[in-house]
Write a protein that binds this ligand. Structure first.
Ligand code: ASP
Length: 322
C-alpha cells in the first residue's frame, strides 16, 4: 500500500548549523503567512533568503528577490554544488544549469554553460531578451558574453584537487545529502501577490561531460503558475525529470492538495517509479499563491529555509524513508 502524507517521517531539530538568530522547526507548517514570503532549498537557502528578504520587504518583485538571492550562493567559492567552486564533471569542467520563471509563465533557462559565474542572470536574460526559453552550451556562453557577462574560471584549486582524487576510483555514485548534489532553488511571493522562482546548480558531481539535469528544465526543477503556486526541486535530476516533478507538485496543488501534501505525493511518485533504486535523494519545496509553504523529501536531511515578516527558520522536510 502506498504511504500517504501521514506516513512521511518528521525529524527533529536542525542541528550543527551556525544559524545565529534563527529558529529551527521540525516540520513544514501549513499556516497561511501574510505578506511577502521567500523559501529556498537546503541550508544555503538561509544565505539566499537573507538577500531576497530585504528586496521583498522593500516592496521589490519576487523575480528580483529570487534572482538576487541565489546569485549569492552562485558566488560562494566554498559551495561545491552551485556556480563558482562547483564540482566539475568527470573531465574536470564545471558546467552549470539554471532556470527562472515568473507568475505569468514567462521563463528562461541555460544548460551546460561554462565559465560564467551567474547562470541565473543569463537565464533571466534569455527570458527577457530572446524569443526562446533555453540556450545551451556554446550558444548560451556566446549569448552571455554578448550580454556583458564576464568570463570567469569556476574550477577552484580545491575543486581540481578533489576531482583528481576522484579520478583514482572514478566511481559515480550519487550519495544522500553528501555535497555532490545541493542545488539552490528559491520561490517567492511579493507584496503585490506575484510569484517567481529560480533554480541554479553545477549539477551532479562527476557527471558525464554534456550531462544536463533537471535544473534548467521548466516543469522538472521549477514550475510557477500565478493562479496556483510554485514548486522547485533538488536531488537526483534524472528522477525528477522522469515525473516532471515541479509541474506535478503545482498540478496537485491546483487539485486541492496543500503544498506539503503535493510535495509528498511527488516524492511518492518518484519512489514508485524507482523501486529498485537505493540512496536516491530528492526534495521538493512549494509555495501557494495564498502564502502556504511545504516541503518533502525521500530521505531525511533535506531542509527548507523560510523567511517572511513573521518567520525566519530552517525546516527539516518530512521524508518518505528513514
Ligand atoms: N538536481 C541537480 C541535478 O540533478 C542536483 C542537485 O539538486 O543538487 O543536476
Amino acid at each position: 500500500m502506498k504511504k500517504d502524507r501521514r506516513s512521511f517521517i518528521r525529524t527533529g531539530m536542525v542541528g550543527g548549523l551556525s544559524l545565529a538568530g534563527m529558529a529551527c522547526s521540525s516540520s513544514a507548517q501549513e499556516e497561511t503567512m501574510q505578506g511577502p514570503i521567500v523559501v529556498a532549498t537546503w541550508d544555503h537557502g538561509v544565505q539566499s533568503n537573507a538577500v531576497s528578504w530585504p528586496i521583498l520587504a522593500g516592496g521589490g518583485s519576487s523575480l528580483d528577490a529570487v534572482e538576487q538571492g541565489v546569485r549569492v550562493v552562485e558566488s560562494d567559492p566554498n559551495g561545491t554544488t552551485v556556480g563558482l567552486g562547483g564540482t566539475p564533471d568527470r573531465e574536470g569542467k564545471v558546467t552549470l544549469d539554471a532556470c527562472i520563471m515568473n507568475h505569468d509563465s514567462q521563463c528562461g533557462a541555460v544548460a551546460f554553460l561554462q565559465d560564467i559565474e551567474h547562470p541565473i542572470s543569463v537565464a533571466r536574460k534569455v527570458m527577457e531578451e530572446t524569443p526562446h526559453v533555453m540556450l545551451a552550451g556554446a550558444g548560451a556562453y556566446q549569448f552571455a558574453r554578448e550580454q556583458g557577462f564576464p568570463k570567469r574560471k569556476l574550477l577552484t584549486e580545491k575543486g581540481e584537487a578533489d576531482w583528481k582524487e576522484w579520478l583514482k576510483t572514478s566511481q559515480y555514485k550519487p550519495k544522500v545529502n553528501v555535497e555532490n548534489h545541493d542545488t539552490i532553488s528559491a520561490l517567492a511571493l511579493d507584496a503585490s501577490g506575484q510569484l517567481a522562482g529560480a533554480c541554479t546548480t553545477s549539477g551532479m558531481a562527476y557527471k558525464m561531460h554534456g550531462r544536463v539535469g533537471d535544473s534548467p528544465i521548466i516543469g522538472a526543477s521549477l514550475f510557477v503558475d500565478g493562479d496556483v503556486g510554485a514548486a522547485c526541486a533538488t536531488g537526483v535530476g534524472e528522477a525528477i525529470i522522469r515525473v516532471a516533478g515541479s509541474a506535478l507538485v503545482v498540478e496537485l496543488m491546483r487539485q486541492g492538495l496543500s503544498p506539503e501534501e503535493a510535495c509528498a505525493a511527488a516524492v511518492q511518485r518518484i519512489a514508485d517509479k524507482h523501486k529498485s533504486v537505493e540512496d536516491l535523494q530528492v526534495g521538493f519545496i512549494a509555495l501557494s499563491k495564498n502564502g502556504v509553504v511545504g516541503a518533502a523529501s525521500m530521505y531525511p536531511g533535506f531542509t527548507m529555509a523560510v523567511q517572511s515578516a513573521t518567520r525566519s527558520d530552517l525546516v527539516n522536510a518530512p521524508s518518505l524513508k528513514g
